[in-house]
Ligand binder design. Structure first.
Ligand SMILES: NC(=O)c1ccc[n+]([C@@H]2O[C@H](COP(=O)([O-])OP(=O)(O)OC[C@H]3O[C@@H](n4cnc5c(N)ncnc54)[C@H](O)[C@@H]3O)[C@@H](O)[C@H]2O)c1
Length: 288
């Protein structure tokens, strides 16, 4: 399927799917982008904002039309679609997903998809929180890492083709194994979504009712992620349980170490603790 003008089919026209649809519309080699979402509102938004060329009547219609099928729903629905839509795909179709967990999806791809289609996992390391916008836009991929996780069945030529396509929409592609992906993103992506939970719980359980009157900017910003997309994140936690739990336990040990340092109440040591953390943050984000 790596020659000629392709039809890209996007299932799930929420923030990520609509953004990717819009980006693919500008890619050479993609002649048409069609899509479908179970929400009438999402379908209307995608059409009104020209995120896709055409919205079709069903997921099955998109599957039949696609040379490149991109699954952009929450993760559990991605897996359901692999079962339901696999038999409808034409030989040679490339099936890419952008779900936030990769082992569960790539194993399901290998097991559930017909032998004559080519699966590959993907995960763009961008989103509303990173891009600073709630509106889907093709620009969210520019300069961001887009991880590709080939399955046991992925043809290397398809990995190269996807890499070229994603680079064309501005992404920086990295290829890695699904299990390694899941372990790494548990720390940098999944944990940040969970960390506000105990903090909110701590505040809620405080015996002094006055506490509820006090939260200001710091508390608000530190806990904002607790409000993010519950459908999407419930699926992430269910499909990356072991890595997230392991990362949470390691995090709890780090919390204990910080508590020990604070308990010493040594001004110089505390300055060093804070300075080291600030330096680490700067190193991580200075390129931005
Ligand atoms: N938001 C992020 O930061 C981010 C980053 C990278 C990857 N992802 C992954 O991308 C995927 C989509 O995330 P999002 O942020 O766009 O979420 P979203 O909630 O904005 O969009 C999901 C869309 O899927 C649609 N949908 C649900 N079930 C469907 C079905 N059966 N058929 C068709 N459409 C269906 C919903 O109506 C919604 O429009 C998820 O798998 C998520 O893990 C998200």
């Amino acid at each position: 399927m790596t020659d000629g003008m392709k039809t890209a089919g996007v299932l799930g026209l929420g923030f990520m799917g609509a953004s990717l649809g819009a980006a693919l519309r500008g890619a050479s080699g993609i002649g048409r982008v069609v899509g479908y979402d179970s929400s009438a509102d999402a379908r209307a938004q995608a059409l009104d904002n020209a995120h896709v060329d055409e919205v079709l009547d069903s997921a099955a219609d998109v599957a039949r039309a696609a040379d490149l099928l991109v699954l952009c729903t929450p993760v559990q629905q991605i897996i359901t679609y692999l079962t339901e839509l696999g038999p409808l795909l034409r030989p040679g179709t490339v099936v890419l997903d952008i779900g936030s967990t990769k082992s569960a999806v790539t194993e399901a791809m290998d097991k559930l998809l017909p032998d004559d289609v080519v699966p590959i996992g993907g995960h763009p390391m961008t989103g509303p929180a990173t891009a600073g916008t709630d509106s889907p836009t093709a620009r969210i991929f520019a300069g961001r890492v887009f991880l590709l996780t080939p399955t046991l069945r992925t043809d290397p030529a398809v990995t190269r083709w996807c890499t070229g396509l994603l680079e064309e929409i501005g992404a920086r592609v990295e290829v890695l194994e699904p299990a390694r992906h899941d372990r790494l993103v548990a720390v940098v992506s999944h944990l940040p979504r969970i960390l506000p939970l105990p903090l909110l719980e701590l505040a809620d359980k405080d015996p002094d009712p006055m506490l509820a009157e006090l939260p200001a900017g710091g508390f608000r910003e530190s806990t904002r992620k607790a409000t993010e997309n519950i459908d999407m994140w419930a699926d992430v936690l269910v499909t990356n349980t072991d890595h997230v739990v392991e990362a949470l336990r390691r995090y709890a040990r780090e919390v204990e170490l910080v508590a020990d340092r604070v308990a010493e109440s040594d001004p110089a040591a505390l300055r060093e603790l804070l300075t080291t953390a600030a330096d680490r943050w700067t190193t991580l984000f200075e390129a931005e």
